[in-house]
Design a protein around this ligand. Structure first.
Ligand code: SF4
Length: 294
């Protein structure tokens, strides 16, 4: 075992078998035809590719060669070599990528898993924006591209979510509702006081790099809930608006403000993206824009 400490030894044959079984079972459970693996040419994706081929066969594995700019120059050729060696069909044809942050929604949310404020800024600079500048890929960043969309799009400003029970939620991450699609028409729901309340508050501040009522303006979400008394769609109480998650989000939002407000002031190019009526100005002026009913 060389330099590897004894407590890190693993039975690689047994672990490989377990992982192959997991991959094979997962493909079946989710009723999928196969596996797609993004290949950097590095060790991790190489191992995943090898396990996937062993689990479901090479003709059911698609390898996408996706080295990073910071990867060594040999990464792409290494990835291709590995894929071809394993008999995988290699295509460099990804068209769209979508970047989400971990959101503390649902049961047992864990705010320690969220990107820190610094990591969020790093992702803004080095994430999807960089990729779309350098590659023919439409990559979207669900938070840092908010200036392009004029801020939060929830509450039917441009989007809402209906869960599997028919509850109509302002956003897929806001597990609160006042109406169910089985009881009311969509037109009624999106013109409900609850949804109108969201639209009336949008955007939640001048800095559209802090667009979200969940993680950037949690006090706004609590205000809306206090006014319209939505029910929780994922349990006895929505963790987003109750302690300790709400306390953690208050702290988190302040840390994000400390960094992102500086970025917002510094980078006029970000503000340049503001579409149409969402020009810089007083918050009240913006609110009047988005109060228009659907
Ligand atoms: S509530 Fe947050 S996550 Fe949902 S659309 Fe608005 S900004 Fe995005």
């Amino acid at each position: 075992m060389g330099l590897i400490p004894e407590h890190l030894w693993i039975d690689s044959a047994r672990v490989s078998q377990e992982l192959e079984t997991f991959i094979k079972t997962s493909v079946g459970d989710f009723n999928r035809e196969g596996v797609i693996v993004s290949l950097s040419g590095g060790l991790d994706s190489s191992v995943v590719l090898a396990l996937s081929v062993a689990a479901v066969g090479y003709n059911k594995v698609l390898g996408l060669v996706m080295p990073e700019r910071d990867s060594s120059q040999d990464s792409e050729s290494d990835a291709r070599l590995l894929a071809e060696t394993l008999g995988v069909k290699v295509e460099k044809g990804c068209l769209i990528g979508w970047h989400f942050l971990y959101m503390p929604a649902g049961l047992n949310p864990d705010t320690s898993l969220m990107l820190t404020a610094k990591q969020r800024e790093l992702m803004r600079v080095r994430g999807p924006r960089r990729i779309r500048n350098e590659k023919p890929l439409l990559t979207l960043d669900f938070w840092n591209d908010a200036p392009v969309a004029g801020g939060c799009i929830s509450g039917s400003r441009h989007y809402f979510h209906i869960n599997s029970h028919g509850d109509v939620e302002p956003c897929i991450f806001i597990h609160l509702a006042t109406d169910n699609i089985h009881d009311k028409s969509l037109r009624e729901v999106i013109n409900s006081p609850f949804f109108r309340g969201f639209r009336a508050h949008q955007p939640y501040g001048e800095n559209l790099l802090r667009p979200c009522p969940i993680i950037d303006h949690p006090q706004v979400l609590r205000e809306i809930c206090a006014e319209f008394h939505p029910y929780s769609t994922d349990g006895p109480a929505c963790g987003l608006i109750t302690s300790p998650i709400s306390d953690a989000l208050d702290k988190y939002s302040q840390e994000v403000a400390n960094i992102m407000d500086t970025v917002w002031e510094r980078e006029s190019a970000v503000r340049h993206f503001l579409p149409g009526k969402f020009v810089l100005g007083k918050v009240d002026e913006k609110k009047s824009v988005v109060k228009t009913p659907v």
